[in-house]
Ligand binder design. Structure first.
Ligand code: SF4
Ligand code: SF4
Ligand code: SF4
Length: 333
């Protein structure tokens, strides 16, 4: 496409500088194209970059990324006419934190991680061990509703056959009887994502309001307000975020737990009807705060209350810009 001048820019993935990582490749040069990769570690949602570039852009897109792209089109942040969407039917992303926990090894100590269908072979010290793939997929991938891009110009392969149900079933049969666990505090999010992908949410919902408040107090006491969760998110597209406003000043720069929680609460309201559950924010958090418990709850609430899923129809108005008469009456009551 670059050679034929069909696009000005390609946004894809290349191998990262660390083992088992990839990084976005943004290039105008056809000489860079042999650096492009597709593998189980292409976690970034490349929709993030689209509003920053002008011209015609070819962009690699997994299922969740394609919905973020459509959401940006709905918000008039990008034009569909300027895009060539290279769709990747997505089998799910491998979560390195889960691999480390499963093997008891740091990622630097692993020789290889190879996906083979519904299994993953992890090699340590020259010895390969096989695990069900559901043991190491990201929670959002285990719960994924639309792994095949919703909108694309080229699809690299057949639509993904693996359904959310079969992934969850396979996962649940593996962990049957374990249930979900809540730790009193700590690194790793406090909630352990060891049962079904949404069991952390169910555990939180089963708590009393006081317990939940205490849980989030502890979690957000660890937040260092680095804003990685915001910066990685394609739906957080405001040029000037409310957290940086000085008149009025919504938040003090010092990361206190109350304001850290308020930052996430307001961020989630801004993301209602825009979040595609791509998992980027939780994955990027350096202190492992279980942010998906907030974003997925908002995702489900939007679906339940408004029958709306983000990024499904580029011609539909964005959720937060219109309302139906009956919705308003419901809210007023
Ligand atoms: S949520 Fe996971 S499985 Fe679904 S499209 Fe995105 S990366 Fe792929
Ligand atoms: S990425 Fe984590 S530590 Fe950084 S601001 Fe977000 S919640 Fe806080
Ligand atoms: S809020 Fe998190 S999960 Fe949702 S679109 Fe943004 S980065 Fe992805």
């Amino acid at each position: 496409m670059l050679e034929q001048d069909k696009v000005d820019l390609i946004i894809g993935f290349e191998a990262g500088s660390l083992k088992f990582t990839t990084t976005p490749l943004i290039t105008k040069s056809k000489d860079d194209l042999d650096r492009l990769v597709i593998n189980p570690f292409i976690v970034n949602n490349l929709a993030l970059f689209l509003p920053d570039f002008k011209g015609r852009i070819a962009v690699a897109s997994k299922g969740c990324d394609s919905r973020s792209i459509v959401s940006l089109i709905q918000d008039n942040k990008v034009s569909r006419d300027d895009l060539v969407i290279i769709g990747i039917p997505c089998p799910g992303m491998i979560e390195l934190r889960k691999v480390e926990k499963l093997t008891g090894k740091d990622r630097d100590e692993l020789d290889d991680i190879i996906r083979e269908g519904d299994k993953v072979v992890i090699t340590v010290d020259g010895k390969g061990s096989e695990f069900p793939i559901a043991e190491v997929l990201s929670d959002n991938c285990l719960a994924c509703e639309f792994p095949t891009p919703q909108d694309y110009d080229i699809l690299l392969g057949e639509p993904t056959a693996t359904s959310q149900e079969s992934r969850v079933k396979s996962r649940e049969s593996r962990v049957k009887g374990q249930g979900s666990r809540v730790q009193s505090h700590g690194e790793g999010g406090g909630l352990q994502s060891e049962a079904s992908p949404d069991s952390r949410l169910q555990t939180l919902k089963a708590m009393s309001p006081q317990q939940r408040w205490e849980f989030w107090r502890k979690e957000f006491s660890r937040c260092i307000r680095c804003y990685a969760c915001r910066n990685i998110c394609p739906s957080c597209f405001c040029k000037r975020c409310f957290v940086e406003e000085s008149e009025p000043r919504w938040l003090m720069p010092m990361p206190r737990w109350q304001e850290n929680l308020m930052f996430q609460a307001i961020r989630n309201i801004h993301l209602a009807g825009r979040c595609t559950d791509c998992g980027g924010c939780e994955r990027s958090c350096p202190v492992n705060i279980p942010l998906r418990c907030l974003t997925k709850e908002m995702y489900d609430l939007v679906d339940e209350l408004f029958h709306f899923k983000a990024g499904m129809d580029k011609d539909a108005p964005p959720l937060m810009t219109h309302y139906e008469q009956e919705e308003a009456e419901d809210l007023i009551r």
